[in-house]
Design a protein around this ligand. Sequence first.
Ligand code: IPM
Ligand code: MN
Length: 357
Amino acid sequence: MLSLMAQFSIAVIAGDGVGGEVVPEAIRVLDRVTKLDYTYFDWGSEYFLHHRRMMPADALDTLRKFDAILLGAIGHPDIPDHITLNGLLLPIRRAFDQYANVRPAFLYPGVASPLANAGPIDMIVVRENTEGEYAQVGGFLYQHQPEEVAIQTAVFTRRGVERVVRHAFELAVRRNKKRKVTSITKSNAQGFGMVLWDRAFAKVAAEFPEIDTESLLVDAAAMNFVRRPASFDVVVGSNLFGDILSDLSAVITGSIGLAASANLDPTRKNPSMFEPVHGSAPDIAGRGVVNPLAMILSGSMMLDHLGLAEAAKSIERAVATLLADGKIRTPDLGGISSTREVTDAVIAAINGNAHVH
Ligand code: IPM
Ligand code: MN
Protein backbone atom coordinates (compact mmCIF):
# COMPACT_ATOMS: atom_id res chain seq x y z
CA MET A 1 0.00 0.00 0.00
CA LEU A 2 1.20 3.44 -0.83
CA SER A 3 1.60 5.56 2.26
CA LEU A 4 1.57 9.27 1.70
CA MET A 5 4.06 11.28 3.73
CA ALA A 6 2.77 14.75 4.52
CA GLN A 7 4.71 17.28 2.53
CA PHE A 8 4.58 20.06 5.09
CA SER A 9 4.74 20.35 8.86
CA ILE A 10 2.45 22.85 10.53
CA ALA A 11 2.70 24.27 14.04
CA VAL A 12 -0.76 24.80 15.48
CA ILE A 13 -1.42 27.29 18.26
CA ALA A 14 -5.15 27.41 18.92
CA GLY A 15 -4.56 29.97 21.68
CA ASP A 16 -7.38 31.61 23.58
CA GLY A 17 -11.16 31.92 23.54
CA VAL A 18 -12.77 31.06 20.24
CA GLY A 19 -9.35 30.10 18.88
CA GLY A 20 -9.88 26.69 20.47
CA GLU A 21 -13.17 26.34 18.60
CA VAL A 22 -12.23 27.50 15.12
CA VAL A 23 -8.82 25.83 14.78
CA PRO A 24 -10.04 22.20 14.95
CA GLU A 25 -12.81 23.10 12.50
CA ALA A 26 -10.34 24.58 10.03
CA ILE A 27 -8.19 21.46 10.31
CA ARG A 28 -11.23 19.26 9.59
CA VAL A 29 -11.61 21.21 6.34
CA LEU A 30 -7.90 21.16 5.51
CA ASP A 31 -7.85 17.39 6.08
CA ARG A 32 -10.50 17.05 3.42
CA VAL A 33 -8.31 18.64 0.74
CA THR A 34 -4.73 17.76 1.65
CA LYS A 35 -2.60 15.87 4.10
CA LEU A 36 -0.38 17.99 6.34
CA ASP A 37 1.52 17.09 9.46
CA TYR A 38 0.19 19.01 12.49
CA THR A 39 1.97 19.58 15.81
CA TYR A 40 -0.12 21.18 18.55
CA PHE A 41 1.17 23.67 21.12
CA ASP A 42 -0.90 24.59 24.17
CA TRP A 43 0.57 28.08 24.40
CA GLY A 44 -1.45 31.18 25.18
CA SER A 45 -3.23 32.63 28.19
CA GLU A 46 -3.99 29.34 29.99
CA TYR A 47 -0.32 28.51 29.66
CA PHE A 48 0.47 31.97 31.06
CA LEU A 49 -1.68 31.40 34.13
CA HIS A 50 0.49 28.35 34.96
CA HIS A 51 3.92 29.46 33.75
CA ARG A 52 3.83 33.27 33.86
CA ARG A 53 4.73 33.38 30.21
CA MET A 54 2.69 32.96 27.06
CA MET A 55 5.03 30.44 25.48
CA PRO A 56 8.27 28.71 26.50
CA ALA A 57 11.58 30.58 26.33
CA ASP A 58 12.69 28.49 23.34
CA ALA A 59 9.33 28.71 21.54
CA LEU A 60 10.67 30.69 18.60
CA ASP A 61 13.40 28.12 17.99
CA THR A 62 10.78 25.40 18.13
CA LEU A 63 8.51 27.18 15.65
CA ARG A 64 11.35 27.99 13.26
CA LYS A 65 11.51 24.37 12.13
CA PHE A 66 7.96 24.33 10.80
CA ASP A 67 6.80 25.19 7.30
CA ALA A 68 3.95 27.35 8.60
CA ILE A 69 2.08 28.32 11.74
CA LEU A 70 -1.68 28.20 12.17
CA LEU A 71 -2.86 30.52 14.95
CA GLY A 72 -6.36 30.78 16.41
CA ALA A 73 -6.50 33.83 18.67
CA ILE A 74 -4.71 35.44 21.58
CA GLY A 75 -6.32 37.52 24.32
CA HIS A 76 -7.83 36.87 27.76
CA PRO A 77 -10.28 39.00 29.73
CA ASP A 78 -8.22 38.67 32.94
CA ILE A 79 -4.78 39.39 31.48
CA PRO A 80 -3.85 42.78 30.02
CA ASP A 81 -3.64 42.67 26.24
CA HIS A 82 -0.17 44.20 26.15
CA ILE A 83 1.07 41.17 28.09
CA THR A 84 -0.67 38.47 26.06
CA LEU A 85 0.01 40.02 22.68
CA ASN A 86 3.59 41.07 23.39
CA GLY A 87 4.14 37.58 24.79
CA LEU A 88 3.09 35.65 21.71
CA LEU A 89 1.56 37.18 18.60
CA LEU A 90 3.79 40.20 18.09
CA PRO A 91 7.12 38.45 18.85
CA ILE A 92 6.31 35.75 16.28
CA ARG A 93 5.52 38.32 13.61
CA ARG A 94 8.78 40.14 14.31
CA ALA A 95 11.11 37.19 14.92
CA PHE A 96 10.10 35.54 11.67
CA ASP A 97 10.18 38.77 9.73
CA GLN A 98 6.57 38.31 8.67
CA TYR A 99 6.62 41.75 7.20
CA ALA A 100 3.56 41.52 4.98
CA ASN A 101 0.26 41.11 6.77
CA VAL A 102 -2.08 40.28 3.92
CA ARG A 103 -5.78 40.78 4.61
CA PRO A 104 -8.21 40.19 1.76
CA ALA A 105 -11.66 41.80 1.91
CA PHE A 106 -14.13 40.27 -0.50
CA LEU A 107 -17.88 40.79 -0.49
CA TYR A 108 -19.24 37.32 -1.21
CA PRO A 109 -22.43 37.04 -3.24
CA GLY A 110 -25.17 36.23 -0.76
CA VAL A 111 -23.62 38.23 2.07
CA ALA A 112 -25.04 41.64 2.95
CA SER A 113 -22.67 44.54 3.42
CA PRO A 114 -23.72 47.11 6.01
CA LEU A 115 -23.12 49.64 3.22
CA ALA A 116 -25.99 50.41 0.92
CA ASN A 117 -24.89 50.05 -2.72
CA ALA A 118 -21.46 48.77 -1.76
CA GLY A 119 -20.91 47.34 -5.20
CA PRO A 120 -18.40 44.58 -5.68
CA ILE A 121 -15.74 44.73 -2.99
CA ASP A 122 -12.57 42.84 -3.80
CA MET A 123 -9.53 44.36 -2.17
CA ILE A 124 -6.51 43.31 -0.17
CA VAL A 125 -5.02 45.33 2.63
CA VAL A 126 -1.27 44.75 2.88
CA ARG A 127 -0.11 45.93 6.25
CA GLU A 128 3.50 46.46 7.26
CA ASN A 129 3.90 44.03 10.13
CA THR A 130 7.31 44.38 11.76
CA GLU A 131 8.06 48.03 12.46
CA GLY A 132 6.27 51.39 12.21
CA GLU A 133 4.04 52.26 15.13
CA TYR A 134 4.39 48.73 16.60
CA ALA A 135 8.17 48.92 17.00
CA GLN A 136 7.93 49.16 20.82
CA VAL A 137 10.57 51.80 21.07
CA GLY A 138 10.03 54.19 23.93
CA GLY A 139 9.64 54.18 27.65
CA PHE A 140 8.14 55.68 30.76
CA LEU A 141 9.57 58.42 32.90
CA TYR A 142 8.24 59.04 36.42
CA GLN A 143 6.12 55.96 36.04
CA HIS A 144 2.84 56.04 38.00
CA GLN A 145 3.59 59.57 39.23
CA PRO A 146 1.36 62.53 38.41
CA GLU A 147 4.11 63.87 36.14
CA GLU A 148 4.40 60.56 34.29
CA VAL A 149 5.73 60.74 30.72
CA ALA A 150 5.38 58.07 28.07
CA ILE A 151 7.28 58.14 24.81
CA GLN A 152 6.27 55.81 21.99
CA THR A 153 8.32 56.11 18.85
CA ALA A 154 7.30 54.91 15.41
CA VAL A 155 10.17 53.46 13.41
CA PHE A 156 10.16 53.62 9.62
CA THR A 157 13.09 52.20 7.71
CA ARG A 158 13.59 52.52 4.00
CA ARG A 159 14.19 48.79 3.71
CA GLY A 160 11.09 48.06 5.79
CA VAL A 161 8.80 50.29 3.76
CA GLU A 162 10.20 49.39 0.35
CA ARG A 163 9.86 45.66 0.89
CA VAL A 164 6.23 45.79 1.98
CA VAL A 165 5.33 48.22 -0.79
CA ARG A 166 7.05 45.92 -3.30
CA HIS A 167 5.02 43.02 -1.98
CA ALA A 168 1.85 45.04 -2.56
CA PHE A 169 2.82 45.80 -6.16
CA GLU A 170 3.72 42.18 -6.85
CA LEU A 171 0.35 41.18 -5.49
CA ALA A 172 -1.43 43.66 -7.77
CA VAL A 173 0.42 42.16 -10.73
CA ARG A 174 -0.36 38.59 -9.68
CA ARG A 175 -4.04 39.33 -8.99
CA ASN A 176 -4.38 41.05 -12.34
CA LYS A 177 -7.67 42.68 -11.33
CA LYS A 178 -7.82 46.47 -11.16
CA ARG A 179 -4.01 46.58 -11.28
CA LYS A 180 -3.88 49.36 -8.76
CA VAL A 181 -2.03 50.00 -5.50
CA THR A 182 -3.19 52.60 -2.99
CA SER A 183 -0.68 53.90 -0.45
CA ILE A 184 -1.98 55.02 2.94
CA THR A 185 -0.13 57.97 4.39
CA LYS A 186 -0.35 60.85 6.83
CA SER A 187 2.66 62.82 5.71
CA ASN A 188 0.72 66.07 6.07
CA ALA A 189 0.98 65.72 9.84
CA GLN A 190 3.77 63.19 10.40
CA GLY A 191 6.64 64.90 8.69
CA PHE A 192 9.34 62.27 9.07
CA GLY A 193 8.21 58.64 9.07
CA MET A 194 5.35 59.19 6.65
CA VAL A 195 7.47 61.33 4.36
CA LEU A 196 9.93 58.47 4.12
CA TRP A 197 6.94 56.20 3.47
CA ASP A 198 5.78 58.39 0.57
CA ARG A 199 9.25 58.50 -0.96
CA ALA A 200 9.72 54.75 -0.68
CA PHE A 201 6.30 54.22 -2.25
CA ALA A 202 7.14 56.50 -5.19
CA LYS A 203 10.45 54.74 -5.73
CA VAL A 204 8.96 51.24 -5.80
CA ALA A 205 5.96 52.41 -7.87
CA ALA A 206 8.38 53.48 -10.59
CA GLU A 207 9.44 49.83 -10.94
CA PHE A 208 5.83 48.92 -11.86
CA PRO A 209 4.75 51.38 -14.56
CA GLU A 210 1.90 49.07 -15.59
CA ILE A 211 0.22 49.40 -12.18
CA ASP A 212 -1.95 52.43 -11.32
CA THR A 213 -1.12 54.17 -8.09
CA GLU A 214 -2.95 56.37 -5.65
CA SER A 215 -1.84 57.93 -2.39
CA LEU A 216 -4.49 58.65 0.23
CA LEU A 217 -4.26 60.24 3.63
CA VAL A 218 -5.48 57.70 6.15
CA ASP A 219 -8.50 59.77 7.15
CA ALA A 220 -9.60 60.15 3.53
CA ALA A 221 -8.97 56.44 3.00
CA ALA A 222 -11.28 55.60 5.91
CA MET A 223 -13.97 57.68 4.24
CA ASN A 224 -13.42 56.10 0.83
CA PHE A 225 -13.50 52.55 2.22
CA VAL A 226 -17.09 53.39 3.14
CA ARG A 227 -17.99 55.70 0.28
CA ARG A 228 -16.48 53.80 -2.65
CA PRO A 229 -15.01 50.49 -1.53
CA ALA A 230 -15.22 49.10 -5.07
CA SER A 231 -12.48 51.51 -6.15
CA PHE A 232 -9.76 49.65 -4.22
CA ASP A 233 -7.56 46.80 -5.34
CA VAL A 234 -4.39 46.45 -3.26
CA VAL A 235 -3.98 48.88 -0.37
CA VAL A 236 -0.66 49.19 1.46
CA GLY A 237 -0.33 50.83 4.85
CA SER A 238 1.83 51.05 7.92
CA ASN A 239 1.37 48.70 10.86
CA LEU A 240 -1.17 50.84 12.72
CA PHE A 241 -2.99 52.27 9.71
CA GLY A 242 -3.23 48.80 8.19
CA ASP A 243 -4.52 47.43 11.48
CA ILE A 244 -7.32 49.96 11.66
CA LEU A 245 -8.27 49.91 7.99
CA SER A 246 -8.32 46.11 7.87
CA ASP A 247 -11.03 46.03 10.53
CA LEU A 248 -12.97 48.49 8.42
CA SER A 249 -12.43 46.50 5.21
CA ALA A 250 -13.53 43.36 7.08
CA VAL A 251 -16.76 44.77 8.42
CA ILE A 252 -17.89 46.30 5.13
CA THR A 253 -17.73 42.81 3.63
CA GLY A 254 -20.33 41.60 6.07
CA SER A 255 -18.59 40.32 9.19
CA ILE A 256 -15.21 40.16 10.82
CA GLY A 257 -16.09 36.47 11.11
CA LEU A 258 -15.13 36.13 7.45
CA ALA A 259 -11.82 38.01 7.56
CA ALA A 260 -8.76 35.84 7.02
CA SER A 261 -5.16 36.91 7.19
CA ALA A 262 -1.61 35.84 6.45
CA ASN A 263 1.49 37.09 8.20
CA LEU A 264 4.00 36.44 5.45
CA ASP A 265 7.73 36.28 5.26
CA PRO A 266 7.75 36.50 1.48
CA THR A 267 11.44 35.52 1.40
CA ARG A 268 10.38 32.14 2.86
CA LYS A 269 13.39 32.07 5.17
CA ASN A 270 11.03 31.75 8.13
CA PRO A 271 7.63 30.16 8.64
CA SER A 272 4.66 32.40 7.86
CA MET A 273 1.65 32.51 10.16
CA PHE A 274 -2.03 32.31 9.28
CA GLU A 275 -4.74 33.62 11.59
CA PRO A 276 -8.24 35.04 11.44
CA VAL A 277 -8.48 38.81 11.93
CA HIS A 278 -11.00 38.38 14.75
CA GLY A 279 -9.61 37.96 18.24
CA SER A 280 -10.42 35.54 21.04
CA ALA A 281 -13.99 36.95 21.37
CA PRO A 282 -14.51 36.02 25.04
CA ASP A 283 -18.11 37.24 24.81
CA ILE A 284 -19.10 34.33 22.58
CA ALA A 285 -16.36 31.80 23.39
CA GLY A 286 -17.46 28.33 24.45
CA ARG A 287 -20.95 28.61 22.96
CA GLY A 288 -20.24 26.88 19.67
CA VAL A 289 -21.50 29.78 17.59
CA VAL A 290 -18.32 31.47 16.41
CA ASN A 291 -18.03 31.75 12.65
CA PRO A 292 -15.31 29.29 11.57
CA LEU A 293 -14.99 30.75 8.07
CA ALA A 294 -12.26 33.32 8.85
CA MET A 295 -10.10 30.53 10.25
CA ILE A 296 -10.98 28.17 7.40
CA LEU A 297 -10.09 30.84 4.84
CA SER A 298 -6.85 31.55 6.72
CA GLY A 299 -6.11 27.85 6.31
CA SER A 300 -6.69 28.16 2.60
CA MET A 301 -4.30 31.13 2.47
CA MET A 302 -1.76 28.83 4.12
CA LEU A 303 -2.24 26.18 1.46
CA ASP A 304 -1.79 28.79 -1.21
CA HIS A 305 1.45 29.97 0.41
CA LEU A 306 2.69 26.38 0.57
CA GLY A 307 2.11 26.04 -3.17
CA LEU A 308 -1.05 23.95 -2.85
CA ALA A 309 -3.09 26.36 -4.93
CA GLU A 310 -5.69 23.87 -6.16
CA ALA A 311 -6.46 22.66 -2.65
CA ALA A 312 -6.70 26.29 -1.51
CA LYS A 313 -9.12 27.12 -4.30
CA SER A 314 -11.34 24.17 -3.54
CA ILE A 315 -11.84 25.56 -0.02
CA GLU A 316 -12.53 29.08 -1.30
CA ARG A 317 -15.05 27.76 -3.82
CA ALA A 318 -16.81 25.76 -1.11
CA VAL A 319 -17.05 28.81 1.16
CA ALA A 320 -18.42 30.88 -1.74
CA THR A 321 -20.99 28.16 -2.53
CA LEU A 322 -22.09 28.00 1.08
CA LEU A 323 -22.44 31.76 1.43
CA ALA A 324 -24.28 32.14 -1.86
CA ASP A 325 -26.67 29.42 -0.78
CA GLY A 326 -27.39 31.43 2.35
CA LYS A 327 -29.07 28.74 4.43
CA ILE A 328 -26.32 27.77 6.82
CA ARG A 329 -24.60 30.59 8.61
CA THR A 330 -23.58 31.65 12.09
CA PRO A 331 -25.31 34.49 14.03
CA ASP A 332 -22.72 37.13 13.01
CA LEU A 333 -24.11 36.73 9.48
CA GLY A 334 -27.71 36.73 10.67
CA GLY A 335 -28.08 32.95 10.80
CA ILE A 336 -28.76 30.44 13.54
CA SER A 337 -26.28 27.69 12.64
CA SER A 338 -23.51 26.48 14.88
CA THR A 339 -19.78 26.56 14.22
CA ARG A 340 -19.88 22.84 13.55
CA GLU A 341 -22.82 23.00 11.15
CA VAL A 342 -21.05 25.65 9.08
CA THR A 343 -17.89 23.55 8.93
CA ASP A 344 -19.91 20.47 7.96
CA ALA A 345 -21.53 22.50 5.20
CA VAL A 346 -18.14 23.64 3.90
CA ILE A 347 -16.97 20.03 3.79
CA ALA A 348 -20.20 18.98 2.04
CA ALA A 349 -19.69 21.77 -0.49
CA ILE A 350 -16.11 20.63 -1.13
CA ASN A 351 -17.43 17.14 -1.79
CA GLY A 352 -20.22 18.50 -3.99
CA ASN A 353 -17.98 20.86 -5.94
CA ALA A 354 -15.45 18.08 -6.41
CA HIS A 355 -18.04 16.14 -8.40
CA VAL A 356 -18.63 19.04 -10.74
CA HIS A 357 -15.24 19.07 -12.41
C1 IPM B 1 -4.62 42.34 14.62
C2 IPM B 1 -4.83 42.61 16.07
C3 IPM B 1 -3.50 42.80 16.74
C4 IPM B 1 -2.77 43.91 16.07
C5 IPM B 1 -3.60 43.07 18.22
C6 IPM B 1 -4.39 42.01 18.90
C7 IPM B 1 -2.25 43.30 18.85
O1 IPM B 1 -5.65 43.71 16.25
O2 IPM B 1 -4.01 41.31 14.29
O3 IPM B 1 -5.06 43.14 13.80
O4 IPM B 1 -3.02 45.09 16.33
O5 IPM B 1 -1.93 43.61 15.23
MN1 MN C 1 -6.41 44.52 14.41
